[in-house]
Design a protein around this ligand. Structure first.
Ligand SMILES: Nc1nc2c(ncn2[C@@H]2O[C@H](COP(=O)(O)OP(=O)(O)OP(=O)(O)O)[C@@H](O)[C@H]2O)c(=O)[nH]1
Ligand SMILES: [Mg+2]
Length: 225
């Protein structure tokens, strides 16, 4: 397990918002968070919500398998050529923070193959509360936790909870069953994050991903400007 957060990887590619041919490259948004919190479900719902208006591609990171990519393919959230899987081996956050080369290659391949793209979503392998993306790989990051993981997760902090550009607290539909106090989670998250935004989602309902989709639209407007 790497605890050193000092490596931020090469930033040459993402520091430049343009591709070699002068066109603007896609906004890259990373989704990280603990195992099973709903990252793939969020990616799938975002694709459905945004794909009619935006050109989107997805990179998934799994430890030993291509399961997340296969879920997205089975559910036909995007055409298959817009989904790429990276197998990360034992340590998922290494591939998004310390050695981002396989992920950078995947995003660049996607832009070459199906671009121009507006948005590339990069899902990290499920990890722990310390997982964050290199700024050399993504322009913004979303950290997805869920109410079933315990309502003390926002209080525990960690770089994902405290520094992600957007904190998503997912599976609010399960709160009554697991005894999670959503107001407490909101209060603790505010304390850890100050002005950084927090949204609560339930992906079982119609349009449950709307707060995340709205946030991405706002980031895209900033990116285009
Ligand atoms: N009840 C409920 N279940 C959800 C919600 N979002 C996701 N799930 C379920 O939670 C399980 C895990 O969701 P995934 O999207 O695979 O989670 P993940 O974070 O991608 O998991 P890893 O990639 O393995 O870390 C699946 O069975 C989803 O259907 C939600 O809002 N409510
Ligand atoms: Mg997943």
């Amino acid at each position: 397990m790497h605890l050193d957060h000092s490596h931020d990887g090469p930033s040459a590619v993402s520091a430049d918002a343009h591709r070699p041919d002068g066109t603007r490259r896609a906004l890259r948004v990373g989704l990280g968070g603990p195992v099973g919190s709903g990252k793939t479900a969020t990616v799938a719902a975002l694709c459905r919500a945004l794909r009619d208006r935006l050109s989107i591609a997805v990179v998934t990171n799994d430890i030993y398998t291509r399961e997340d990519a296969e879920f997205l393919l089975r559910n036909a959230v995007l055409p298959p050529e817009r989904i790429q899987a990276v197998e990360t081996g034992a340590c998922p956050h290494t591939a998004i923070r310390d050695d981002i080369s396989a992920n950078l290659e995947a995003v660049e391949d996607l832009e070459d193959a199906v671009g121009p793209l507006d948005l590339i979503l990069v899902e990290s392998g499920g990890d722990n509360l310390t997982a964050t993306f290199s700024k050399g790989l993504v322009d913004a990051q979303i950290f997805v936790i869920d109410v079933a993981g315990g309502d003390d997760i926002p209080r525990k902090g960690g770089p994902g909870v405290t520094t992600a550009d957007l904190l998503v607290v997912n599976k609010t539909d399960l709160a009554p069953y697991v005894g999670s106090d959503l107001e407490r989670m909101a209060r603790d998250a505010k304390e850890q994050r100050g002005e950084l935004p927090v949204v609560f989602t339930s992906l079982t309902g119609q349009d449950g991903v709307a707060p995340v989709a709205d946030w991405i639209r706002a980031r895209l407007a900033d990116w285009a400007a």
